[in-house]
Design a protein around this ligand. Structure first.
Ligand SMILES: Cc1cc2nc3c(=O)[nH]c(=O)nc-3n(C[C@H](O)[C@H](O)[C@H](O)COP(=O)(O)OP(=O)(O)OC[C@H]3O[C@@H](n4cnc5c(N)ncnc54)[C@H](O)[C@@H]3O)c2cc1C
Length: 482
């Protein structure tokens, strides 16, 4: 470690090499994962520094984990024990916004709030899809982890939004993946083999992305954010399926009564009140004219009437402005990105979830099982869900806030999450941003040749196994822990 500190200090200067107590923020994340001790962390600001730092790590056989805000809720950015954290939060330049071809080339530290402010300042009439992540987290990390946002109903999960990238490979070479390998416009994968896929969902095991083209979308002139109270979850999922196939909404999300109550400042809701709706849906509608927006509202009304006839009761939609007047707490949902304090600033400090992507045809069945498991383990069933990519799949996520200082509660959260994940895999739902404990379960379900090919690619790119060795460990023995 002394040699590592010396080499990185020579490269970056002492103030950008972090050791000792300075490492406290890197030891843990929101989740129940036990803290781990990194050897050191380094603050990197340019692609050249990443390149040089990767070479040093390779020479010293030091395990590397990349981190921006560390908010992935899967312990992915936590340090491999004794390894080095590459902190990229200071590498945050917006390198280009191509208004005509609708993308922005970003460094990994660029945040949601930063790009939003930039587009507003420059009066660029383009917008992005927002996750419910805190505003100061990384867009590039979200794309690489294939997250989801409020335009995912129309445009799919976030890896689909990558218009091209540049990455430092574990041996220090620089790879351009996407149309930008041969074109000066970063317009997508292009008619080339999909090398962007070598980085999407690989959790930093194949290299470090230094630039990424993030696709933007035209900003519609008129918008409405509406809420619909659904009395049972079956009705919410029936609405998801219909809405996904109709040109009504840009986004449809669903929150269970627990999540709704947490939003209203009830930290751990226990009981659903008599007559309280089980789910609330939030929808974004848009139009380029008032008439277009009104037509969509009418189509939504008609759909709800139809669902009512089929036995799924709901309240008529009301808009966010009305809701905020009723209770100012709902302003959290008025504008994105937003910081959901009821999830991240809780007294116990712990937030964990099982987030899955899976088929809408089985949402009801998996929700029934997941909610039963949460209740049996003594946690309120906080569920967040939405259909994606026109209904080809959707996200179903089971959230828990807990007390990080309570070892027994951490253990109970982990046991519950394992059970929920296994129930999901049984029904064909796959955990996203797959944490190491979920990879253990996935081993029982995944095609062995898939794992073999994945291992071969990883070995080819990273023969020493230094890149995020704590991630995607299907075969711990083969790779070894540097
Ligand atoms: C309350 C809350 C709500 C959230 N809601 C959502 C949501 O709605 N949708 C959603 O998708 N996510 C959500 N998240 C998760 C998370 O906030 C987002 O995925 C966020 O964009 C991650 O950014 P980060 O800066 O925290 O990444 P980090 O956690 O710092 O990084 C995560 C990992 O990404 C990879 N990575 C990052 N940068 C690079 C790089 N340059 N090269 C290679 N690999 C890299 C590495 O594996 C790294 O460990 C939520 C989190 C919280 C706390």
């Amino acid at each position: 470690m002394t040699e590592a500190v010396d080499r990185f200090t020579e490269l970056l200067g002492a103030e950008r090499v972090i050791t000792g107590e300075g490492l406290a923020p890197y030891r843990s994340d929101y989740t129940e994962e036990e803290p781990r001790e990194p050897g050191l962390a380094v603050w990197l600001e340019t692609a050249e520094e990443i390149h040089a730092a990767v070479i040093i790590a390779g020479e010293l056989n030091l395990a590397v984990a990349v981190r921006v805000a560390g908010s992935n809720v899967g312990a992915l950015a936590m340090p491999p024990a004794g390894g080095v954290i590459f902190d990229l939060s200071g590498m945050n330049r917006i390198l280009e916004v191509n208004e005509e071809d609708m993308y922005a080339v970003l460094e990994p530290g660029v945040t949601w709030e930063q790009l939003k402010a930039h587009l507003a300042e420059q009066k660029i009439p383009l917008s992005m899809g927002y996750p419910l992540s805190p505003p100061d987290t990384s867009i590039v990390a979200n794309c690489l982890l294939d997250g989801l946002g409020n335009l995912s109903l129309r445009h799919g999960s976030m890896a689909d939004w990558i218009g091209g990238l540049e990455a430092v490979l574990p041996d220090g070479r620089i790879l351009k993946a996407g149309a930008n390998a041969a074109s000066d416009v970063w317009f997508g994968n292009g008619p080339l083999p999909h090398l962007i896929g070598l980085f999407a969902n690989w959790q930093g095991t194949t290299g470090i992305v230094t630039k990424l083209a993030f696709q933007l979308w035209p900003t519609p002139k008129y918008r409405a954010r509406l809420f619909v109270l659904m009395y049972e979850r079956a009705g919410a999922f029936a609405a998801f399926k219909r809405l996904a196939r109709m040109p009504i909404a840009d986004d449809v999300g669903g929150l269970s009564w627990v999540t709704g109550k947490m939003l209203l400042d009830v930290p751990r809701p226990k009981e659903r009140d008599p007559g309280e709706p089980e789910f609330f849906l939030y929808l974004d509608l848009s139009g380029n004219t008032v008439e277009e927006l009104d037509l969509r509202r009418r189509m939504l009304d008609e759909l709800l009437v139809q669902l009512e006839k089929e036995g799924f009761t709901s309240e008529r939609p009301f808009d966010i402005e009305t809701l905020v007047k009723l209770n100012p707490m709902f302003s959290k949902f008025a504008d994105f990105p937003t910081r959901l304090e009821f999830l991240v600033d809780t007294p116990g400090g712990g937030l964990s979830w099982v987030g899955t992507y899976g088929p809408l045809s089985r949402f009801k069945e998996y929700a029934d099982r997941g909610i039963e498991i949460m209740e049996r383990h003594g946690f309120p069933p906080a569920v967040v869900s939405r259909p994606m990519k026109g209904g080809h799949f959707g996200v179903l996520r089971y959230l828990t806030v807990f007390d990080k200082s309570d070892a027994d509660e951490r253990r109970r959260v982990r046991e519950m999450n394992i059970e929920i994940s296994r129930a999901g895999y049984d029904l064909g739902f796959l955990t996203y941003k797959t944490p190491a404990w979920a990879v253990e379960i996935l081993k029982d379900y995944i095609d062995p040749t898939f794992v073999e090919v994945m291992g071969a690619i990883r070995k080819q790119l990273d023969p020493k196994g230094i890149m995020a060795p704590h991630c995607w460990r299907f075969d711990a023995d083969e790779r070894g822990d540097p």
